[in-house]
Design a protein around this ligand. Structure first.
Ligand code: NAD
Ligand code: UD1
Length: 336
């Protein structure tokens, strides 16, 4: 039987875009998702884009019986682990929910992987693990000191994976620290579709442009940046998903390694720069009001992506125009 990739959280924003790339590259894939923050419709759309079939099981990574079944019957050889909760504010209010879903869920998954001798995994980490530093350009040696519960869950899982690797050299592990993923598939069929009010900038801007929200609230214009607003390293979702396939190839070919890489473009844009770019591609005015700073926000940070570029022979290609164009196409065409 052919071997398969298990994609946890494959119906979500980043998982579904990576699923498209995996299918296009000819991988055989099984998606496990409890649909707590996604819809089945997204997976149908992946099939429409790729014209390829894949298996889907609705289930939770905390359910060891489902995982046992999968590892026993489905010839899994590697795992891409996206499943997790990601809302920073919610994580502060409901820490147990976050530790249980993200940390406990990962432990259950890793235990079943170990029992089944499946020891190859790509994990979705986040630049949030770094916290605040005086230097805005973060490389992978930047000390980790997350300031919110969500970020702490990511760092705990990274450390668990490092300890597993130290105990058993047969594991091959890629830890991918994403900066700010944005955009949508160029087909306009899949994209980010927040169930609640968007926390992140670009989905909020897109909803204002679409007339779903009256105005954008800019969280502070008194930061020590050129225009006073926060600056971030936005990375197009298609660049991010390509990096996952490279990372998987890398750990499948170079067995017994653990690597940690930043995934970003290496440059930052301010809130006003993003608004201007979005207004240009959409032809819509984005009304805004400057309000208080959001607690936990930093003035500026961006990736030093050189390690990922060298190791994975990968580079982020898409600029903010394309990020805004694809977000807008998705926003205009689809609310699913
Ligand atoms: P998302 O919410 O769109 O996707 C996560 C998917 O996991 C959803 O489909 C959800 O239903 C599923 N899921 C959650 N808990 C589960 C569980 N216990 N069992 C099975 N399925 C479960 O989020 P996303 O933006 O696609 O993020 C994917 C991963 O990348 C997450 O781990 C997230 O923390 C991480 N990440 C995201 C960002 C970002 O800005 N989007 C940045 C850094 C890291
Ligand atoms: C947020 C998360 C971070 C996560 C990242 C990517 C917080 C505190 N941090 O970070 O953990 O890794 O998303 O998912 O939630 N902005 C506005 N108005 C808005 C929304 C955002 O002005 O309505 C500003 C922010 O102040 C910031 C920039 O836009 O300067 C980007 O914000 P956002 O998209 O939320 O990303 P991060 O702040 O990097």
């Amino acid at each position: 039987m052919e071997s398969k990739i298990l994609v946890t959280g494959g119906a979500g924003y980043i998982g579904s875009h990576t699923l498209v790339k995996l299918l296009e590259e000819g991988y055989d894939v099984l998606v496990l998702d409890n649909l707590s923050n996604s819809k089945l419709e997204t997976l149908d759309r992946v099939t429409s884009i790729t014209k390829k079939k894949f298996e889907f099981i609705k289930g939770d990574i905390r359910d060891k019986n489902i995982l046992k079944e999968i590892f026993k019957n489905k010839s899994i050889n590697s795992v891409m682990h996206f499943a997790g909760l990601k809302a920073v504010g919610e994580s502060e209010n409901f820490p147990i929910k976050y530790y249980e879903n993200n940390v406990l869920g990962s432990i259950v998954l890793l235990k079943e992987m170990a029992l089944a001798e499946v020891k190859t995994i790509v994990f979705s980490s986040s630049a949030t693990v770094y916290g605040q530093h005086s230097n805005n350009r973060y490389d992978e040696k930047t000390p980790t000191k997350p300031i919110n519960v969500y970020g702490k869950t990511k760092l705990i899982i990274e450390n668990i994976l490092r300890d597993i690797k130290n105990s058993d050299d047969n594991w091959s592990i890629g830890l991918l620290r994403y900066f700010n993923p944005v955009g949508a598939h160029s087909s306009g069929f899949i994209g980010e579709n927040p169930k609640e009010k968007p926390n992140n900038l670009l989905p909020y801007v897109a909803q204002v442009a679409a007339g779903l929200r009256e105005k954008l609230f800019i969280f502070g214009d008194d930061y020590p940046t050129v225009d006073g607003t926060g600056r971030r390293d936005y990375i197009h979702i298609e660049d991010l998903s390509s990096a996952h396939v490279r990372a998987l190839d890398y750990i499948q070919k170079n067995k017994n390694i653990l690597f940690t890489v930043n995934l970003g473009t290496g440059r930052s844009y301010s809130v006003f720069e993003m608004i201007n770019a979005f207004e240009k591609v959409s032809g819509k005015k984005i009304p805004f009001k400057v309000v208080e700073r959001r607690i936990g926000d930093l003035a500026e940070f961006y990736a030093d992506p050189s390690k990922a570029e060298k190791l994975l022979d990968w580079k982020a290609n898409f600029d903010i125009k394309k990020m805004c164009e694809d977000t807008w196409r998705w926003q205009k065409n689809n609310i699913i």
